[in-house]
Design a protein around this ligand. Structure first.
Ligand SMILES: [Zn+2]
Length: 284
């Protein structure tokens, strides 16, 4: 059989599937080295910073970024927004819900890079709060990376603060990798994408350490801090799950920043986030 015949046979075999799904989709080629894309997933505009223990902060607004980690061995979403894409109306106008404002849905931002949610191998978020998990159901087909304590409070019958269960309900049946409660988790096995447990803000809060080949080491800190003003203080939000755990996690990470030389990226730090490159640009 010639290679041309083989091509014809392969095309015939693939045709019904392609017809079923419309145009065949091919995920982008994996990058040669680690990349980090940052999406705009909205802004929070709290009236004051009192619930974070401050009468005054330099910038009240909070950014809500979503992140796509593209590794030669696969992809991972980290934090998936504050408003589900389904809340957008057909006209695509920005969504305003109280102190939440979101200009762009998440999926089109992924698609602009050529990725569909089904191309995402792993889903992880810093913690379950509404402003980090709004589009979790979109990634129910990914392998979910989560601490047991976090998964437990997400699906607990007891009330939990800042929890919108419908937004992540589909994860209940996702393929799930329970991460070790204290040890680091090396997502791709080469030390470049590490999830570190930092409980306190929530029972299984975690942060993301990336070794980017050109940018250098970066720590994406979830809500270990919300405002830069919280650093070197004992101020934690008044809805903290466990203040002592939070302060211990912060101390551990501050020490890690020194030994690793990593930059600290506070996700909600509006001024710092505004300076970061946004997708389709990326860090490498
Ligand atoms: Zn948050």
């Amino acid at each position: 059989m010639s290679w041309k015949q083989l091509v014809v046979i392969a095309a015939l075999a693939a045709a019904p599937l392609a017809a079923q799904n419309g145009a065949a989709h091919h995920a982008p080629k994996p990058p040669k080295s680690l990349r980090l894309y940052i999406f705009d997933c909205g802004v929070l505009k709290p009236a004051d910073a009192k619930s974070f223990g401050f009468d005054h902060v330099a910038e009240l607004k909070m950014s809500v970024p979503c992140f796509l980690v593209a590794h030669p061995k696969g992809t991972m979403m980290w934090d998936v927004g504050v408003v589900p894409d389904s809340d957008f109306k057909a006209d695509g106008a920005p969504v305003v819900q109280g102190f939440i404002e979101v200009a762009k849905p998440l999926k089109p931002q992924l698609e602009a890079l050529g990725y569909e949610p089904s191309d995402i191998k792993y889903l992880a978020f810093s913690h379950y709060h509404i402003d980090h998990t709004a589009n979790a159901n979109m990634f129910a087909g990914s392998t979910w990376l989560v601490a047991q304590a976090e998964r437990d409070i997400m699906f607990s019958d007891k009330p939990a603060p800042v929890r919108t269960e419908k937004n992540f309900a589909a994860l209940k049946n996702s393929k799930t990798k329970i991460l070790p409660a204290t040890a680091d988790y090396d997502v791709f096995g080469d030390g470049t994408v590490i999830i570190k447990q930092t409980p306190g803000h929530t029972p299984g809060h975690q942060v993301l350490f990336l070794k980017l080949p050109k940018t250098g080491p970066v720590l994406v800190a979830g809500d270990l801090y919300h405002y830069n003003e919280e650093r070197n203080t004992d101020h934690v939000p008044n809805f903290e799950y466990n203040k002592e755990q939070s302060l211990a996690s912060r101390a551990k990470i501050e020490e890690f920043l020194k030994t690793s030389g990593a930059q600290l990226w506070i996700e909600h730090d509006y001024a710092a986030n505004a300076k970061l490159k946004k997708s389709p640009e990326f860090y490498e």
